[in-house]
Design a protein around this ligand. Sequence first.
Ligand SMILES: Nc1nc2c(ncn2[C@@H]2O[C@H](COP(=O)(O)OP(=O)(O)OP(=O)(O)O)[C@@H](O)[C@H]2O)c(=O)[nH]1
Ligand SMILES: [Mg+2]
Length: 268
Amino acid sequence: MERITLRANGTPSYMEQSYYDEHAVYELLARQRVRDDYFIGMRLDGVSFSSFTKDMEKPFDPKFQRAMDYVCEHLMENIPDLVAAYVQSDEISLVFRQDTAWFDRRTEKFLSVVPSMATGRLTQWSVGLKRLPYFDARMLFLPTLSDVRVMLDERQLDSAKNSVSCIMYWYLRQVEGMSGKSADTFMRNIGDKRDRELWLRDRNIDTPWDKRMGRLFTRETYEKDGFNPVTKQSVRAVRRRVRRNTELPRIAHLTDDGFMELLGMNDA
Ligand SMILES: Nc1nc2c(ncn2[C@@H]2O[C@H](COP(=O)(O)OP(=O)(O)OP(=O)(O)O)[C@@H](O)[C@H]2O)c(=O)[nH]1
Ligand SMILES: [Mg+2]
């Protein structure tokens, strides 16, 4: 390393603008952009949310789930190029417009700004709770709309599997009075999702549809009555608003058209 000496005016010898400019090469990710023809997908996941949700209602806490919905609404309202936000458990999957120019498609921006927005919104909700929430984030570079569908379908499958396990686990703990360890052992013996579903059905335990399938936020158009002050005439204006869908079909079972319609892409 170059020896640093002090100049006559007391500043270090390297302190020239050119030195700082050259140093920018170390900001390695700053210039990384997503290809122009790819869809951008993201997944945010609550970091250590088993701890964050420790004192909440189990297996599902309606207030926490609503809070995750607020996060989705906040993202949809503040990121114009967001097509859809899919939420289940402590995670949110995001789909951006294929042609988005948000932050010039820079990965570093997406990976820092989006989880900050989500964390900020959930923190606002969490005032008074013992722990602070944080989200991590990953990006998916998706060549086609089919890849977008696979991304969401895979998370929906995960939701179905986890919700069944969660309901069974907390039934064993809360109703049958098992310890965590005994419940774990019991569940290992009924390891298959289908078998667990049958086990629950035998006991008339319901697995609510929205807990299995998750919730999806998209945009929809609607007409609004307005008044034009110049012509003094009433007008009908077409507007867009965020839509919360809690009765999702299995994404894997949709046609391509049905999938685009679900995402509100047909009238975008
Ligand atoms: N009580 C309660 N907990 C929930 C609810 N939804 C999600 N969780 C918790 O969130 C966790 C999500 O799982 P993970 O993301 O795998 O676990 P994590 O602790 O966040 O771990 P990392 O994501 O790896 O940091 C679940 O295990 C639950 O503990 C809810 O409605 N009620
Ligand atoms: Mg998590």
